[in-house]
Design a protein around this ligand. Structure first.
Ligand SMILES: Nc1ncnc2c1ncn2[C@@H]1O[C@H](COP(=O)(O)OP(=O)(O)OP(=O)(O)O)[C@@H](O)[C@H]1O
Ligand SMILES: [Mg+2]
Length: 230
């Protein structure tokens, strides 16, 4: 006598054949089907949700930026789960003309650190947004916001020197940079000013601290926004 097995009506292909084999062996293929595992939400995915769509898939591919990422990863202190946590370390200044990819490299660096398993809290702001957010308004505590940026383990300060400067912006930038300088907190700074002109734009005290605390990457080339790949 031959045993005839039937594939479950809803299944087909390889899954159907597997179900048929299990049924032939007296095993209900539906009984032991493991519930689909919820995909773990990784730190990188959480970070990507906070990154503007333009830079969400940014890759840090400049050798100077990848070297900085490696140095920061290696310097990380082991945390509770064994994963390295970000520690004190060098900062990185990414300079270059408009559209050469500074912001792309900076977000790419944050993404690379997270992809390497470094546990870190990070914040990002452009200098112009920082100054705008620091203007006094009701129900808002600018001091608290400045301290949050000054103290967070990794900060991206984008477009330094691009906004119109005043004594007030200079003082804010000084307080932010000085705190991070004193505590040796890794900071990614981008600017489209030539490094030699930073001092005029942000003041000598800020420029002097940046000179000591940052490694430099100078991006060159065309404005990527105006020249798409040919
Ligand atoms: N390595 C790269 N690979 C692919 N796209 C890139 C790369 N670098 C930059 N881009 C793209 O080129 C454009 C300009 O890059 P980005 O905004 O980073 O320039 P920027 O130097 O920060 O400019 P700005 O000085 O005006 O702030 C963006 O669309 C960005 O996504
Ligand atoms: Mg930019």
């Amino acid at each position: 006598m031959t045993t005839v097995t039937r594939e479950p009506r809803t299944a087909g292909g390889a899954a159907g054949r597997l179900a048929a084999i299990l049924t032939a062996r007296g095993i209900d293929p539906r009984a032991d089907a493991p519930a689909p595992e919820p995909e773990p939400v990784t730190a990188l995915k959480l970070a990507d949700a906070r990154i503007a769509p333009r830079y969400r898939l940014a890759l840090a591919d400049h050798p100077g930026v990848t070297a900085w990422v490696t140095a920061i990863t290696r310097a990380g202190r082991p945390g509770p789960g064994g994963a390295p946590g970000i520690a004190t370390g060098p900062s990185l200044l990414i300079a270059g003309p408009t559209g050469t990819g500074k912001t792309h490299q900076a977000y790419g660096a944050i993404r690379s650190l997270l992809a390497a398993g470094v546990r870190l809290r990070w914040e990002a702001t452009t200098a112009a947004d920082l100054y705008a957010a620091q203007r006094p308004r009701q129900g808002h505590d600018p001091e608290r916001q400045l301290l949050a940026l000054a103290r967070c383990p990794l900060l991206l300060l984008d477009d330094l020197g691009a906004a119109k400067q005043s004594q007030w912006t200079e003082e804010l930038t000084y307080r932010l940079v000085n705190h991070r300088y004193n505590h040796m907190l890794p900071t990614l700074v981008t600017t489209n000013l030539p490094v030699a002109e930073l001092r005029d734009a942000v003041g000598d005290r800020v420029a002097s601290r940046l000179a000591e605390m940052t490694e430099r990457v100078i991006l060159t080339g065309r404005d990527r926004r105006r020249h798409t790949a040919t």
